[in-house]
Design a protein around this ligand. Structure first.
Ligand SMILES: [Zn+2]
Length: 181
């Protein structure tokens, strides 16, 4: 997994230099798994924030770059023109022009939670796609899933710090999932 350099700020407003608060739309990814082995209670630890539309919370500018090394800012990126580099979650960097970007994203979601089977999960997703999710965790235990990946469409505040991106004061829209046995 590729991450940006430790002293890089990540997303930065090219007009006012803000790198902490943005507003926009994101996909949130959660990996639900049994809270204990054999438990029927499914829960998640982290939420991976993947913004795809963002403006500066301070000045309203949509001129957003990605600082990947101190002083090195990528101006054309997924946020500004749907191409190139995309910064998500805990400072992971994906290239959306690379045909494997979804596979890389699935790998990040699964392996950052200490699970394996990301190749199986990607193949499953390609073959069967997502199912709509009604926010009921019990459906995961009914089919005894090893884990389930949930995607939620969120709009609101995107906060950035040295650990990466967080989602705040957001309203959630439709959610969908797929599970791995
Ligand atoms: Zn700004």
């Amino acid at each position: 997994m590729k991450v940006i350099s430790e002293n890089a700020r990540g997303y930065v407003c090219l007009d006012c230099n803000n790198s902490n608060l943005f507003e926009g739309m994101s996909d949130l990814y959660r990996l639900y798994k049994p809270s204990n082995p054999g438990s029927t209670n499914y829960d998640f630890d982290n939420e991976i924030v993947c913004p795809y539309e963002m403006k500066c919370h301070e000045c309203g500018s949509r001129n957003i770059g990605i600082e990947i090394e101190a002083g090195e800012i990528i101006k054309n990126n997924k946020i500004t023109d749907q191409h190139g580099m995309w910064l998500i979650g805990e400072r992971w960097l994906l290239d959306v022009d690379d045909s494997n970007d979804l596979q890389d994203l699935i790998k990040i979601i699964i392996e950052s939670e200490g699970e394996m089977k990301s190749d199986e999960a990607y193949s499953y997703l390609m073959e069967y796609g997502w199912d709509d999710w009604n926010w009921d965790e019990e459906i995961f235990s009914e089919s005894e899933l090893l884990f389930s990946i949930v995607q939620i469409v969120s709009s609101g505040i995107i906060r950035q710090d040295e650990y990466g991106l967080g989602d705040e004061d957001s309203s959630y829209d439709n959610a969908r999932y797929f599970g791995i046995c």
